[in-house]
Design a protein around this ligand. Sequence first.
Ligand code: NAP
Ligand code: ZN
Length: 352
Amino acid sequence: MHHTKAYSAASAASPLASNTIPRRDPTEHDVQIEILFCGICHSDLHAVRNEWSSVMPTVYPIVPGHEIVGRVAKVGSAVTKYKPGDVAAVGCLVDSDGTCPQCKAGLEQFCPHLTLTFNSPDKHLGGVTYGGYSNSIVVDERFVLRVPSNLKLAGAAPLLCAGITTYSPMRHWGVTKGKKVGVVGLGGLGHMAVKFAHAFGARVVVFTTSPNKKEDALRLGADEVVVSRDADEMKKQAGSFEFILDAVSADHDINAYMNLLGRDSNLTLVGAPANPLAVAAFGLIMGRRSLSGSNIGGLAETQEMLDFCGAHNITADVEVIPIQKVNEAYERLLKSDVKYRFSIDMASLKSQ
Ligand code: NAP
Ligand code: ZN
């Protein structure tokens, strides 16, 4: 075991603060990574504040962070895919049983025994796993991913969660050339969804509560922007969508979007607000519409997404911050004031 610097929260009401955490020494299949950048996902904030207490209660102290890129520092004796000096990435998963039907199907994100990057039981050290707001992490090589060499690392980090979470459902539901696709909420996930839907050739409509994001949405690849608080603008879109991705982090009326779907069309929820959403039966019945959810993506698909990003030169639009500004960044996330992902430069923690 060794120790590394981290930022952690001691309770749901505490700010994140500097701390030291243990990491295991690499076992034969492990890769030790010096973390260079870690994205800030709204899930980090939900977890730090224990907003998902009924589903996955937070164990304190919590070290969040699951959008990790860094450089390999050490490898175990049986590691074949990585060597010291390589750029490597880690997303939301650090372990799974590898034997269940979900794992065999390459859908490790649905494994009943999966280990999340933070706030999951840590089978090596006891306690819970600690995430990427730290200088170093040790991960089984099966859960380490490759970043295409043309991608800038600060903007590549968010691909590990915001990227795969939006890429996967759009692949699953067949977002392709010419389809009309809606993206609800232009935050970290939403702006990646716009980039992917545009790259897949879809006609992309962004729904936002922030009129000041209109120009950005068009620049990111949207064909049209609707301010969702404008009832007339919403009405014009009724029944016209083949697919809608909802990436909103807070309570909102999902029925307003169900009514925009055409026949046999789907709305996939990736946003995970703390409270249950009310769904009107008629929004589903009329038009035989469906509502589903999606959780990040498996390892193979995450690598496929990273390679797709390499081929199309796609990264997140990031505001790089030092770790010392993380609490301020959380407050800005709550105000929908992020353009469009915070990426923490971990050198700022090293030098603290
Ligand atoms: P984010 O960057 O904070 O973006 C959320 C966006 O939602 C905001 O920018 C805003 O967009 C919109 N929004 C916020 N409050 C709203 C309200 N009251 N009514 C309507 N719209 C509102 O968050 P994120 O990191 O993209 O994450 C989004 C959600 O996805 C979170 O709940 C997160 O936990 C969840 N998530 C799920 C998965 C998964 O696997 N399913 C993975 C990662 C994250 P506008 O300003 O454009 O309205
Ligand atoms: Zn995330």
